[in-house]
Design a protein around this ligand. Structure first.
Ligand SMILES: C[S@@+](CC[C@H](N)C(=O)[O-])C[C@H]1O[C@@H](n2cnc3c(N)ncnc32)[C@H](O)[C@@H]1O
Length: 194
């Protein structure tokens, strides 16, 4: 019998981080879009889900002035993030956002929740979005950055599979009072408000 490993688990991600795998850089164009859409933090709480090496959480904390928490299920990713932080910086927490109790988070609600290159990997996307909705403060913003399927010219199915499908996009964008989008080559950024 074969079992498929969840792509939203430490069992999947920890070996990749421990092996030195890197992901798309958080560049100036993307930073500009975040700054325009999220605005100044004024010490309000922000949560970066699947924070990886931590560039986005550090930007929220040190540049925009949020009080950021970065959560990831991979201890190696969190160690890398903490090592790159000039400090005093984001609160780094090792947590599985799909299964762990949300009471393990430092704040009950967040003005901003970000999720960069993570939504694609959630096995149960509807359940994931529900958890985010629970954590988002009234008037808050859920910022999602994800690759969209079909934008690459490659015929490599593994690379094509990095993007979300139209059905995943519809699930993500349904039920919010405000949905704003911006495109960055193969990526789409979503600013979603309850
Ligand atoms: C493609 S990487 C992106 C990392 C980072 N956000 C970036 O943009 O560079 C996906 C990240 O999501 C994390 N992740 C996946 N499933 C998770 C879960 N259930 N709970 C917490 N983090 C998770 C992985 O460990 C990994 O760091």
């Amino acid at each position: 019998m074969t079992t498929t490993k969840s792509t939203a688990s430490a069992a999947y991600w920890e070996p990749l981080w421990a092996d030195g795998r890197q992901y798309r850089q958080f560049d100036e164009a993307e930073q500009r879009l975040i700054d325009e859409n999220l605005g100044p933090g004024r010490a309000r709480p922000a949560l970066d889900i699947g924070s990886g090496a931590g560039a986005l959480a550090r930007h929220l904390h040190h540049v925009l002035g949020y009080r950021a928490t970065g959560v990831d299920c991979s201890p190696s990713a969190l160690a890398l993030a903490a090592a790159q932080d000039p400090g005093p910086g984001p609160d780094w927490r090792c947590l599985d956002i799909t299964t762990d109790s949300l009471t393990a988070l430092p704040d009950p609600a967040y003005a901003v929740i970000t999720c960069r290159l993570v939504y694609r990997w959630m096995d149960d996307k509807a359940a994931f979005i529900n958890r985010v909705r629970h954590l988002l403060a009234p008037g808050g913003t859920f910022w999602v950055v994800t690759e969209i399927a079909g934008r690459r010219t490659t015929t490599d199915l593994a690379v094509q599979g990095l993007g979300i499908t139209p059905a995943d996009a519809e699930l993500l964008t349904t039920g919010w009072s405000v949905v704003r989008t911006a495109d960055l080559d193969v990526l789409r950024c979503y600013a979603l408000r309850p």
